[in-house]
Design a protein around this ligand. Structure first.
Ligand SMILES: Nc1ncnc2c1ncn2[C@@H]1O[C@H](COP(=O)(O)OP(=O)(O)O)[C@@H](O)[C@H]1O
Ligand SMILES: [Mg+2]
Length: 233
């Protein structure tokens, strides 16, 4: 279980204090799919970076399975099973898809697991396993290989920041299916209705503040209201 407790993040912006997150708290239970949404600039990516340990909150705590991990490094969090799912893979010259999946899994992946990961994202393992990761792969193929890396990594808690960005329709369905078939927790920043549809819980941020935590039925009307208000001004 992930618990964010009273998270605030304040930066110095040319001598003035800028509040980016203000007292944000919510919980992601085991195996839950939590969708964080909110307008551009509402603080979503900042919150994801705080969960990953890329930045530290000014105040508040990040608790994972009862342990205070607020001051843990990214590596230490990764060892606990927390993964930032869409870090673009660093592509080394000559590296194969199989090797990349093996690295993602922390070295504990056999050929069968690699094939399963590829077929789960709709790629024929026979065609891809020995392919070199390079510019000859299309954007869609690379995106699906990224998805296969999520499967191979098998993290307990996956953080995804707008995974729909730059994805083609076909891969988008594979992505939604991957989320549906999950056996672990996902915290996903997204505006996509197909992802919102499968959310167990939604978190709505507004100008750095927690507007609402609840079911999609509770949160969606507030988003509609926000949109209307924006249209009126
Ligand atoms: N280090 C920083 N210094 C100044 N402003 C920042 C910094 N980090 C983020 N911001 C600002 O905080 C707001 C929230 O950013 P972000 O978390 O990326 O929003 P979102 O992902 O919801 O679009 C934005 O207005 C952004 O420009
Ligand atoms: Mg963002």
């Amino acid at each position: 279980m992930l618990e964010l407790k009273n998270i605030s993040y304040v930066v110095d912006d040319n001598g003035t204090q800028k509040v980016i997150l203000d007292d944000v708290s919510f919980v992601a239970q085991d195996n839950e799919l939590v969708v964080i949404t909110g307008q551009n600039g509402s603080g979503k990516s900042t919150l994801a970076k705080i969960v990953m340990g890329i930045i530290k909150p000014t105040s508040g705590k990040v608790i994972y399975n009862g342990k205070d991990i607020t001051n843990y490094s990214i590596d230490k969090r990764a060892k606990l099973g927390i993964a930032y799912a869409f870090q673009s893979p660093v592509i080394f010259k000559g590296i194969t898809v199989k090797k990349m999946l093996e690295i993602a899994s922390g070295g504990k992946l056999n050929i069968n697991d690699a094939c399963t990961a590829l077929s789960q994202v709709g790629l024929c393992a026979r065609d891809y396993i020995d392919r070199e990761l390079n510019s000859k792969l299309s954007g869609g193929e690379l995106k699906r290989i990224e998805l296969a890396m999520i499967v191979a990594r098998n993290a307990k808690l996956n953080i995804c920041d707008e995974p729909e960005a730059g994805i083609d329709l076909w891969s988008f369905d594979a992505l939604v299916n991957l989320f549906k078939a999950r056996k672990s927790s996902y915290v996903i920043i997204s505006h996509q209705s197909k992802i919102i549809e499968i959310a167990d819980k939604m978190v709505l941020l507004k100008a750095g503040k927690l507007e609402k935590v609840g079911t999609k039925e509770e949160v969606m009307p507030l988003i509609a209201e926000e949109k209307c208000a924006r249209l009126k001004v």
